[in-house]
Design a binder for this molecule. Structure first.
Ligand code: ADP
Ligand code: MG
Length: 664
């Protein structure tokens, strides 16, 4: 297939943006599916502040004003339905030369009768047919959905070259349409019926592959689950637990027991700890490390981010130092010299426990006798990554942790290859977090609460949906919020910012300052979602909460309420209040994820969509659950029928199976 950069119109600028969206090939582009369709029907200026699409003639000069970094405003007079109105659009300064007097354009936006102003969200220059259906894509700053759509159209001829991975016999059995055709239809549906068929086919393909992986893992595991058998004195484990300074919950105790049994049996452990945020999974995994240590073996704990790795590291050091257990840290940002030292310690066995990011699986890392690998759910299907780590310790035991409170039925389907321990109850003595949904215009009350909180010596997280809000004037971003908060507190309160674009070292510094209390308010994107634990934080304020799925909000909220002081979570929003009210009424992650499922499908059940291996491109776990179950059935059968031949006739699956061969 052709190279992405050769597509006409994709210059360096767009190439960079597309790469950020994980689109690096023409195939990626073609399989970047719309998340909804917009049907435009030309209307008139009726209705106050409801979305309308109207035809307008440009009547006056375009005026552009630059309000601040990342925010500009374009304004002109237009004639709509023989009425002269003001048209405003944000962050489209680049359109100024295209909007020429006399030109006919299509405006999509909201009209305010009183101000006689239409605030447009989109301007289109093409002639429009009545009832035009336009695909709408998730995009990031710097590219519009329609530009993306144009790029896709330019490469549509290659759609039939995109590999169809549904095994041919299954494709025939269901009479699925060709992949190329499905891709064309999904981007430009001609009828509801064909769209449905195209979608089902693409969803099935995606789920089938997923289910193949899971069930192949299971198959391999069952075929060879002989592991390490250990002799570990449970009294010693008990002693360690009793010395923790708190009592484990019943569920934690059970999870520990499950793990202990797994580890001493000669069966290889392949277990997932599923538990809500703050339910105390980490301590359970640390106990697992201790059990493994008692058996004389090394443990590795892999975290998805450096911040999290550091935090686990510090926790573990604190717990293990008195026991003389040697703990090491390995993350990408360390100096080569430091790394080499750690790597040597792993090889000669002087380091008992290593905590790190995927730096752990880089080449050159060897273990003396790795017995246990603990990893985060996000890495589950980073097959290569995981295999690398496992290969370093043959047949070692594996423990996964998942902070995703996924409803049990779904969990059993998508984690079908593993044993699971559920941790449902929260540790005792925790006060329920009080959650309050607030309109942005009532922000003052929240700021007063902040002040109280700071005066009491506590700390605050503030979350914005974006680093830079760019296109959308309604969105808060990290920088805007920093300005707003500095203004509100006259610069007298120390505020830090944290986001994914910062260098690891900068992030660590900010995090350190927040941990030691120097920074009082930490404004960040969702990078703090995963696992950050600063007990002194008692307030979480999430701006543009409507932009997040309930599951994510719940994860974020879980950053507070970690001690016995009353904690608060404020959800600041301008719309979607009903949905957010669920958060006020419940602190139960499982309940919330059920609700999230009900209200918006899987939404961002898996946290930030793009990051998880389970982020499906088109499939939706809830909406397409039946397809998922069918795909599972078919995948199991497919494996049984073809595993002996090594999937000889099915290249895709032969390759996947080879990649996964580490399980042996
Ligand atoms: P998770 O990893 O499930 O989000 P953590 O393991 O980070 O949760 O636990 C959250 C906090 O609660 C940690 O500070 C931990 O030390 C503490 N904790 C864990 N289990 C208990 C318990 N049984 N009683 C009191 N505190 C606990
Ligand atoms: Mg074992």
């Amino acid at each position: 297939m052709m190279e992405l950069e050769l597509v006409k119109g994709i210059g360096n600028k767009y190439l960079g943006i597309l790469n950020k969206m994980k689109i690096t090939t023409v195939e990626d582009l073609l399989t970047y599916y719309p998340f909804r369709y917009q049907v435009y029907r030309l209307g008139c200026l009726a209705g106050n502040n409801v979305q309308i699409t109207v035809k307008a003639i440009v009547e006056g000069e375009v005026k552009v004003s630059y309000i601040k970094r990342n925010l500009n405003r374009l304004e002109f007079r237009g004639l709509v339905d023989r009425k002269l109105i003001k048209v405003v659009i944000f962050n489209r300064a680049f359109l100024r030369n295209k909007i020429t007097i006399g030109r006919e354009i299509i405006l999509v936006g909201r009209y305010d009768e009183k101000k006689n102003t239409l605030v447009a969200s989109n301007i289109m220059f093409e002639k429009m047919n009545e009832g035009k259906v336009e695909p709408v894509y998730h995009v990031i700053n710097g590219i519009s959905s329609s530009t993306l759509s144009n790029f896709i159209d330019k490469v549509m001829d290659y759609a039939e070259e995109v590999e169809d991975t549904i095994p041919y016999n299954i494709k025939n059995q269901y009479e699925f349409m060709d992949k190329g055709k499905a891709i064309e239809i999904i981007h430009h549906p001609l009828s509801g019926e064909s769209l449905k068929q195209a979608r089902v086919r693409l969803v099935y393909e995606e789920f089938f592959q997923f289910m193949f992986k899971i069930n192949y893992l299971r198959y391999k595991y069952l075929a060879n689950n002989k592991g390490i058998s250990r002799t570990v004195d449970y009294d010693k484990v008990r002693e360690f637990i009793d010395g923790l300074g708190f009592k484990l919950t019943v569920d934690q105790e059970e999870a520990v027991k499950d793990i202990y049994d797994d580890l001493i049996s000669d069966k290889r452990m392949n277990r997932l700890i599923l538990g809500d945020v703050g339910s105390g999974k980490t301590i359970v995994s640390i106990i697992a490390v201790y059990i493994n240590y008692l058996s004389g073996m090394q443990s590795a704990m892999m975290a998805p981010t450096e911040i999290l790795a550091m935090q686990h590291y510090e926790n573990i050091v604190k717990l293990f130092a008195p026991l003389n257990i040697k703990v090491g840290l390995l993350v990408g940002s360390m100096k080569k010299k430091e790394k080499d030292l750690v790597i040597a310690g792993l090889k000669d066995g002087t380091i008992d426990v290593i905590v790190g990011t995927h730096a752990l699986i880089s080449e050159g890392v060897e273990f003396n006798n790795l017995g246990l690998v603990i990893t985060d759910e996000q890495h589950r299907f980073g097959v290569n990554q995981r295999s690398n780590l496992q290969n370093k310790g043959h047949l070692c035991d594996v423990l996964y942790m998942s902070a995703t409170p996924i409803p049990r039925t779904y969990a059993l389907t998508i984690y079908g290859d593993m044993d699971t321990s559920f941790i449902k109850t929260k540790p005792m003595g925790r006060k329920e977090i009080i959650t309050i949904v607030k309109k942005e215009r009532d922000i003052k009350e929240v700021l007063f609460k902040c002040l109280e909180c700071i005066k009491a010596g506590q700390q605050i997280y503030v979350v914005a949906p974006l680093i830079e809000s760019g296109d959308d004037a309604d969105l808060n971003d990290v920088n805007i919020l920093k300005d707003k908060f500095d203004m509100a507190f006259n610069g007298k309160v120390k505020i830090g910012i944290l986001h994914g674009k910062m260098k690891p070292k900068e992030k660590d510094e900010v995090m350190e300052k927040y941990k030691n209390g120097e920074i009082k308010i930490l404004i960040s994107t969702t990078v703090i979602e995963v696992g950050v634990d600063v007990k002194n934080s008692t307030m979480m304020i999430i701006f543009n909460a409507e932009r997040f799925g309930l599951a994510t909000l719940h994860q974020l909220r879980g950053r507070v309420g970690r001690n016995d002081i009353q904690s608060y979570c404020y959800l600041i929003c301008n719309q979607d209040i009903e949905r957010l009210k669920v958060m006020e009424s419940s602190n139960d992650g499982f309940y919330i994820s059920e609700k999230d499922f009900e209200m918006r499908g899987q939404g961002d059940l898996f946290g930030i969509r793009q990051s998880g291996d389970m982020a499906f491109k088109i499939g939706d776990l809830r909406r397409d659950y039946k397809i998922l179950l069918q795909a599972k059935k078919d995948a199991v059968k497919f494996i049984e029928e073809n595993v002996d031949s090594g999937f000889a006739n099915f290249k895709t699956y032969r390759d996947i199976a080879r990649e996964m061969a580490f399980i042996d």
